[in-house]
Design a protein around this ligand. Structure first.
Ligand SMILES: C[S@@+](CC[C@H](N)C(=O)[O-])C[C@H]1O[C@@H](n2cnc3c(N)ncnc32)[C@H](O)[C@@H]1O
Length: 365
């Protein structure tokens, strides 16, 4: 089983143009207590319940309490919630992890989901309480929950090393849930130079460099985060082909003569106007025939899903920067055209995350 074939939540991704779920009382009550459902998932991860059951399950309630050092009431609450939600299964007097979670552990997906849970709990959760104000004011009011003066979340991480670690762990995992498709679908035959804008810890740069031995990659990253990027590149043994260029990609010029410019999980952060400005810089940096690539979650052009794109948009509305959401494909395509690109191609990505890829070509003169 690969990460792309697992965990398809039934009906969570309605096909474009299809109506979303009809609302039932079950579904409404699940939405009403959705925050509590997430807290059980987070507790199962942070307290080590799932790992305990992987390693030693099935176990009785008393054994679980004992190993997790929980009092009777606390153990009962945890197991009531996790079992009611289906995260754990009770057979006789013993509990085990759900079959899906066991399968996700086997194929390597579960640790990535755990990294995502950590991000939601420690970075996203509090800021989302400002969602309504963020909508009213059309700006990221929730950023006030992460102390600092910088205008966006990423620049504030320098003052919060623990959050920075949680973020880059998550970002690596979220990229790895889908970037095998980017690597496979993006034909870089003949390409020599790729620019990865806001490349984070170089997770995508490294994957592309490994798959394309003739490719050199330059990662643009803010100076405070470039140390994370450098460390990962060194760890991957790719320092001769992948380098980091600390800069502000809005203010500073892009290195020129590129065959490909990648925006991975980048154009979901900013306004369409800011995205067009970045794409114009990419257009200038590309040689004729070169391509810009947008790789991130996409929402349907009809504005009716997929569900995860909608849910993830609460974070982009509330926290990282003033503008941003999981945009419909058409918004990215419009920005690409305004930035001067010609042919634009959509590539869908299979799996439970709503990832997509757009490739746009700078036409030869
Ligand atoms: C959502 S993360 C995506 C990381 C990576 N591309 C990935 O897909 O895993 C956005 C990244 O853009 C970087 N970034 C934000 N603003 C930037 C700027 N003005 N110049 C350069 N990088 C920036 C952040 O530091 C962060 O690492």
């Amino acid at each position: 089983m690969t990460s792309s074939t697992t965990a398809q939540p039934s009906g969570a991704q309605a096909a474009p143009g299809q109506p979303p779920h009809g609302l039932t009382m079950d579904r409404l009550s699940f939405i009403l207590f959705g925050h509590a459902a997430f807290q059980y998932l987070n507790a199962a991860c942070e307290l080590g319940l799932i790992e305990l059951l992987f390693a030693q399950g099935p176990l009785t309630e008393a054994e679980i309490r004992d190993r997790l050092e929980l009092k009777e009431r606390a153990g009962a609450i945890l197991l009531l919630g996790c079992t009611s939600l289906g995260l754990t299964v009770k057979e006789g007097s013993r509990y085990r992890a759900a079959d899906l979670i066991v399968a996700l552990e086997k194929d390597g997906t579960w640790p990535k989901i755990k990294d995502t849970v950590g991000f939601e709990q420690h970075i996203v959760y509090e800021g989302q309480a400002d969602f309504v104000d963020s909508l009213r004011q059309n700006t990221n009011v929730g950023l006030r929950r992460i102390p600092g003066d910088d205008p966006d979340l990423y620049h504030r991480f320098a003052g919060h090393p623990r959050l920075e670690d949680v973020f880059y762990r998550y970002m690596r995992s979220w990229s790895e849930l889908a970037n095998e498709h980017l690597v496979r679908k993006l034909d870089l035959t003949g390409a020599r130079r790729l620019l990865d804008c806001g490349g984070g810890d170089a997770v995508n740069a490294i994957a592309l460099a490994r798959h394309n031995p003739g490719l050199d990659v330059t990662v643009l990253e803010i100076p405070a985060s470039a140390k994370v990027t450098e460390a990962r590149i060194a760890q991957a043994g790719l320092a001769s082909r992948v380098s980091v260029h600390p800069c502000d990609m809005f203010a500073d010029p892009f290195p020129a003569d590129m065959d490909c410019v990648l925006f991975a999980h980048q154009l979901v952060i900013w306004t369409p106007e800011e995205n067009t400005a970045l794409l114009r810089k990419a257009h200038e940096a590309l040689r004729p025939g070169g391509r810009a690539v947008v790789f991130n979650s996409m929402s349907h052009d009809e504005g009716d899903g997929p569900l995860i794109a909608a849910l993830d948009s609460v974070y982009f509305a509330s926290l990282p920067a003033e503008g941003g959401m999981i945009y419909p494909w058409r918004v990215h395509e419009q920005c690409l055209r305004e930035a001067g690109f010609g042919a634009v191609e959509r590539m869908t990505v299979p799996g439970w995350t709503p990832h997509g890829i757009i490739v746009a070509t700078k036409e030869a003169l």
